[in-house]
Design a protein around this ligand. Structure first.
Ligand code: CTP
Length: 216
């Protein structure tokens, strides 16, 4: 069973911002609260935590090594640089799946006609870690689903080679983006499943850390 104290754990949190031009970006409503709560809980348990965090105004304790990033590519680069040296990864960031194919150097001027922005996929951090992780490294992903929640989460776990996936419910008032509460189901690679009540993100973080400690 994984021990937490003394382990090196990398946590991703928050949104990513994908630039369109010098003043605009594509982003999402993630606040980073869930990931930061997990980083704090791991640190309290004695882990050596690195937090790779997208744009957020939230602060984290001095005991946590924090790397602030903006885009999915920045987050990918920061995580990959540190990946060989980690015991565990918890990827809670709401990484943009697409980015503008080209970034305009000057602010795009308004015209009368409709406009289209061509998008290309961003690198998938979780999938890349799933491909390269060793059998000693524990990989925990998040899944945000709006339909066929459990099936999709299980598929994501297999596809991205995770040890555990945390399904965030969006079908629950008070859960998810921007809220202080969350409602999760934790599924491991043996398909053991644990559904939790709606609770504060601090309490959810404790459940996540307990699930990691019990994982075998
Ligand atoms: N993730 C990542 N890098 C990306 C996209 C997602 O590391 N470029 C991670 C998230 O941090 C999360 C997990 O992948 O842990 C699931 O993200 P989600 O957006 O729900 O899944 P997708 O693979 O994007 O699948 P879909 O959009 O089809 O649901």
């Amino acid at each position: 069973m994984p021990e937490i104290s003394g382990k090196k754990v990398l946590v991703t949190a928050g949104p990513t911002y994908e630039p369109i031009d010098p003043v605009r970006f594509i982003g999402n409503h993630s606040s980073g609260k869930m990931g930061i709560a997990i980083a704090e809980e791991l640190s309290r348990e004695g882990a050596k935590v690195t937090l790779v965090c997208g744009p957020t105004t939230l602060t984290s304790s001095a005991s946590i090594k924090r790397i602030d990033v903006r885009s999915a590519q920045d987050m990918f680069d920061a995580v990959m640089k540190l990946s060989d040296d980690q015991d565990m990864f918890i990827l809670s960031a709401a990484v943009a799946d697409y980015r503008p194919k080209t970034v305009a150097e000057e602010k795009i001027k308004k015209k009368d006609a409709a406009m289209t922005i061509e998008l290309e996929p961003t690198p998938d951090i979780l999938a890349n870690l799933g491909k390269r992780k060793t059998s000693e490294q524990l990989l925990v992903g998040f899944a945000l689903e709006t339909e066929n929640e459990l099936d999709n989460a299980k598929q994501k776990l297999e596809k991205k080679n995770c040890d555990m996936i945390i399904l965030n419910s969006l079908n629950h008032a008070g859960a998810g983006f921007g809220h202080d509460t969350n409602q999760v189901t934790i599924i491991d690679r043996h398909h053991n499943m644990n559904t939790f009540e709606l609770k504060s993100k601090t309490e959810v973080a404790k459940d996540v850390v307990t699930a990691i400690k019990r994982y075998q």
